[in-house]
Write a protein that binds this ligand. Structure first.
Ligand SMILES: Cc1cc2nc3c(=O)[nH]c(=O)nc-3n(C[C@H](O)[C@H](O)[C@H](O)COP(=O)(O)OP(=O)(O)OC[C@H]3O[C@@H](n4cnc5c(N)ncnc54)[C@H](O)[C@@H]3O)c2cc1C
Length: 401
């Protein structure tokens, strides 16, 4: 049975690791990542990962105790928050997306052979992976538009398509992509798509270009082309037509992890805001004594606390009844938490003045990361559409009664 809550030892050990090992290495990580332009993993990461493994802080995100710590979404959430404080911490503990969610997907729907072949190297940290759904040619926030083709051919499949904004795909350690495409255009809308695992070194896979986010190249986001890429039949995840069902299954853990890391990021931004406000004086008064700054501090504390409770509630709902039933709770956090993180980081940047937009603090990179999450994994408007539809459905049923 998965553990309901992380032990206080585990929380304390992870906090200590992030505060005393990862945060001091943060500037070196950023420098190396910038020099390598997102195409390779910064060398400091190997040191951080060795230390995380030595302390037993590896694969905390995996819900299967054979592969990780066997924590539920609710019990992993407070740990994800701690890793959100500092950008390299999630990868240092092998909990960074998209690998964490790809691992969980393979755990849930992979065959024993797929687990050995694809999950094992990811779980051992010897490679990375990506998830390829979004396409430049169609509005991909409506996943039914995804047009790449997965065509049955002989003893396998042929993949053709054009993808972009594929996180991690530009990294030279990225060994495979989980690709979503149409396998049967005539099937019912929810059964048209499938997912296959495609090795990045398969003939016909091309990294067209890397995509920066507000000028930062660190996420290894890339545009990809798949042209006549042949993969064996056992590359298929689940059954043909399962693409949407698998995408649904990914949503719960992915969004809870993203949002909880954002709560951790906002906590750190608020700490930086308070520390800076305490040491800067303008017009004869320390910033920290100004009413407007105190208002920002109080508003930030309220917003972070609200967000944390909302995510923990969504995590409990997913644990109780699965991601499909918890769709509303997941939609709520996906809108509320990135918005909250953007607001808190924005205030921290403002208090820092010019220093806030440079690279002497992690604030600018934090803002870039939080802002993209109002688009990535579904834009705010789509989640609100889902919520409104659900709310109106409830109201209508009430009217009918
Ligand atoms: C940093 C980053 C990392 C990403 N990583 C990945 C990845 O690893 N793998 C992957 O497959 N994809 C990834 N994505 C892609 C992301 O999931 C898509 O960008 C997102 O789903 C939106 O799709 P789109 O860009 O095609 O926007 P579109 O579908 O063209 O939508 C554009 C805008 O239209 C508006 N809109 C859409 N629907 C509605 C509606 N119903 N009502 C009102 N307005 C609406 C929204 O404002 C939306 O932002 C990433 C994106 C970013 C920025």
């Amino acid at each position: 049975m998965p553990e309901a809550v992380p032990s206080s030892d585990l929380v304390a050990e992870l906090k200590d690791f992030v505060a005393t090992v990862v945060e001091p290495a943060e500037r070196r990580y950023q420098r190396e990542a910038t020099e390598l332009g997102g195409r390779s993993t910064p060398p400091v990461m190997a040191d951080l990962q060795r230390e995380a493994q030595r302390r037993g802080l590896w694969n905390l995100c995996l819900s299967d105790p054979e592969w990780g710590r066997g924590l539920t979404n609710s019990s992993y959430a407070p740990l994800a928050e701690i890793t959100g404080r500092c950008a390299p911490a999630a990868e240092a503990t092998n909990g960074a997306g998209p690998d964490s969610v790809n691992m969980e997907t393979l755990l849930r729907v992979g065959t024993e052979e797929q687990k050995e072949w694809w999950l094992r190297p990811l779980a051992e940290g010897t490679c990375r992976s990506c998830f390829a759904m979004t396409e430049p040619g169609v509005a991909s926030s409506d996943a039914r538009n995804v047009a790449a083709r997965i065509t049955r051919s002989g003893h396998g499949y042929v993949v053709d398509g054009h993808k972009w904004w594929i996180s991690g795909a530009a990294n030279d350690r990225c060994r495979f992509a989980i690709v979503m495409g149409v396998s049967d255009a005539e099937a019912a809308p929810g059964r048209r798509h499938s997912m296959v695992v495609v090795p990045m070194d398969a003939p016909g896979v091309r990294v067209v270009r890397q995509l920066p986010v507000f000028g930062f190249l660190t996420g290894g986001h890339a545009e990809l082309e798949f042209e006549g890429v042949q993969v064996p039949a056992d590359s298929l995840l689940g059954e043909e037509g399962d693409g949407f069902a698998i995408a649904q299954l990914r949503l719960g853990p992915a969004r809870i992890q993203h949002c909880m890391r954002l709560v951790g990021m906002a906590e750190r931004a608020l700490e930086l805001l308070c520390a800076r406000a305490a040491v800067r004086t303008t017009f004869g008064q320390p910033l920290v004594d100004r009413g407007v700054i105190r208002d920002w501090i109080a508003e930030s504390r309220i917003a972070i606390h609200q967000a944390r409770l909302l995510v923990l509630d969504a995590a409990a709902a997913v644990d109780r009844s699965g991601a499909r039933s918890a769709r509303d709770e997941i939609a709520m956090i996906k809108v509320a938490v990135p918005r909250m993180a953007c607001e808190v980081v924005e205030r921290a940047i403002q208090v820092h003045g010019g220093a806030g937009v440079g690279d002497d603090t992690p604030l600018a990179a934090m803002y870039a990361s939080a802002r993209t999450l109002r688009i990535a994994d579904g834009p705010d408007e789509v989640h609100k559409m889902v919520l409104a539809r659900s709310e109106l459905g409830r109201q209508t049923r009430r009217d009918v009664r």
